[in-house]
Design a protein. Structure first.
Length: 530
């Protein structure tokens, strides 16, 4: 078995921590140098590829340049870019030096750029052209002068190609990484999704990440050709980059997600493994031309980030019977995944706890640990979990209790087999005349209508009833459904207090955060303004 249950705590197996590495950067550089011929990345559009030797060469040159700028242990290097063949270079180069990598959302506006800039004050920022304007404006307003290196051109910046030039061959060959005095140093700062307030900096340590990579190696994924779509800003992309290097796989570098391109790339490059956000999975499941392509190479779809409705999972299994479509559950603060389905998992569950993870359910009122089939807040501990929010001990104390349990804010339970089910996010619960409504319950009903592509239910404040639930819906192309039909579906399937008293609002497309979650914050604002 991969886990056990002890005193109502689900405990994943623990992987050995007998590694010689304290530095994530050293692990990466050694792996790249020891396996020079492995093709590390292949661009799905151009077909251009990079061997581990190519990546090591560019990354060492980048590290030498960073060193000249005074970057060393503990300094922050921000990266604000979509995925392309060079995005990975500063990512590993900064880690070689013991510096901290901090991915930014390259589609940020000036306000968000100012927040990132003042919170972390990076010395160097690697950016794409899309984000250049926002971050240069933000730097000006905040009187900060980070050195900006551009993947492309922008006034006042240094071009990425320039910084790789003019390095001495022997300096490149002799470059080495130092081990760290303490593996609890921060390697990565990721921003929280900011569903309440501005994003916070989530610090993940060298030791935690090294341990995770070593554990993951034991799963032996080295024959896989993985692909994903999210930028480094999303934890899955940052971790998958590290994993694909440490397990010597070739990652297929995809452009922005769409169903057709995905199928074309799978067919052309024989992709075996894809990580999809839940909304991508919803779209993929309903793509009418899946059968026009040879997708026989594909063996796994890994889906996470938000609840995956059963409808979509069943559709995927029906459409692609040779593919394991698996749901996984994770949280950035916990350093990635905490549970995942396997082949024989119950549909609708998030599977069982993974390696190096402990999970328990606590009663919302008493804080007592609950047993199987009892719903409460999910709390977890992992060996990769954050060491804390950057410069925010108060917020850290608010989420990690004195015994080291991180309170996820997710409501859920586990069944007799130890499979985890998410009921909803605590913060998303809607209140109607004192009754609690879990939006997910209403969404599940609505999602079963064949014309419903995506749906999200939020509360509109009401002067006497607390809140009324309203459903925002986007439709499947060429299919029709009326608000009345949907309101009736809910009325005839759920308790009276769940009725869509706020109505149904159709949108061509639901707003998403860049990590692919439906943006309930935006929907709540829209609902208020209706
Ligand atoms: P964050 N079902 C329901 N809710 C989910 C699920 C799921 N399968 N997965 C994530 N969530 C929600 O930090 C849940 O509310 O991380 C949780 O607290 O953006 C919140 O999302 C955390 O949001 C990977 C692949 C990590 C995925 C992830 C998870 C990233 C989401 C590493 O390799």
């Amino acid at each position: 078995p991969s886990f056990r249950i002890e005193n109502n705590v689900l405990k994943g197996n623990v992987s050995p921590s007998d590694t010689k590495y304290t530095s994530l950067g050293k692990l990466l550089l050694d792996t790249l140098r020891d396996n020079p011929d492995i093709i590390g990345q292949r661009d799905a559009i151009t077909g251009t590829e990079d061997s581990f030797a190519d990546i090591a060469d560019r990354a060492v040159k980048c590290a030498l340049w960073l060193q000249k700028q005074g970057i060393g242990k503990g300094d922050i290097v921000a990266i604000s870019s979509h995925n392309h063949l060079d995005t990975i270079i500063p990512f590993v180069a900064a880690l070689f030096l013991g510096a901290i990598v901090n991915p930014w959302d390259y589609e940020m506006n000036i306000q968000l750029a100012r927040h990132f800039m003042t919170l972390v004050q990076p010395k160097v920022i690697f950016a794409n052209e899309v984000s250049a304007n926002a971050l240069m404006e933000a730097a000006k307003i905040e009187f900060l002068q980070p050195k900006v290196v551009l993947f492309g051109d922008y006034p006042g910046t240094t071009s990425f190609t320039e910084i790789l030039k003019g390095h001495d061959n022997s300096a490149v060959a002799n470059f080495s990484c130092k081990e760290l005095d303490d593996s609890s140093h921060t390697a990565l700062i990721l921003f929280s999704s900011g569903t309440t307030g501005m994003p916070k900096g989530i610090q993940l340590s060298h030791g935690g990440l090294v341990h995770m990579l070593k554990g993951q190696q034991s799963l032996n994924l080295s024959t896989e050709l993985p692909m994903w779509f999210s930028s480094l800003y999303w934890i899955s992309a940052s971790l998958l980059i590290l994993m694909s290097i440490s397990s010597c796989t070739t990652r297929i570098l995809a452009p922005a997600f769409d169903e057709k391109t995905t199928c074309e790339i799978v067919e052309k490059f024989k992709v075996t493994w894809i990580m999809l956000s839940t909304s991508m999975a919803n779209r993929f499941a309903r793509f009418s031309r899946l059968h026009d392509y040879d997708l026989s190479s594909l063996n796994t779809l890994f889906i996470g980030g938000a609840p995956l409705n059963q409808e979509s999972q069943d559709l995927l299994r029906k459409q692609l019977p040779h593919v394991s479509s698996l749901q996984a559950y994770g949280m950035t603060e916990l350093g990635g995944l905490i549970s995942a389905q396997t082949e024989d998992s119950t549909s609708g569950s998030c599977g069982v706890v993974i390696l190096n993870t402990e999970l328990k359910i606590v009663d919302l009122e008493t804080g007592k640990t609950l047993g199987a089939n009892q719903t409460g807040e999910i709390c977890a501990k992992t060996s990769t979990m954050m060491t804390g929010y950057y410069k925010n001990p108060e917020a850290t104390k608010g989420i990690i209790d004195k015994d080291g349990w991180l309170h996820t804010g997710d409501l859920g339970y586990y069944n007799d087999k130890g499979e985890i089910f998410i009921v909803d996010r605590l913060k998303e619960l809607i209140k109607y005349q004192g009754h609690q409504i879990t939006p997910n319950e209403i969404e599940t009903i609505l999602q079963s209508h064949p014309a419903v592509l995506e749906v999200a239910v939020v509360g509109i404040p009401h002067p006497t009833d607390d809140e009324h639930p309203i459903a925002f819906v986007s439709k499947v192309n060429d299919k029709e459904v009326t608000a009345e039909e949907l309101i009736n579906m809910v009325a005839s399937n759920l308790m009276d207090h769940c009725k869509l008293r706020g109505g149904v609002k159709f949108l061509p497309k639901l707003p998403h955060t860049h990590s692919g979650k439906i943006s309930r914050k935006e929907l709540r604002a829209m609902a208020k303004a209706l």
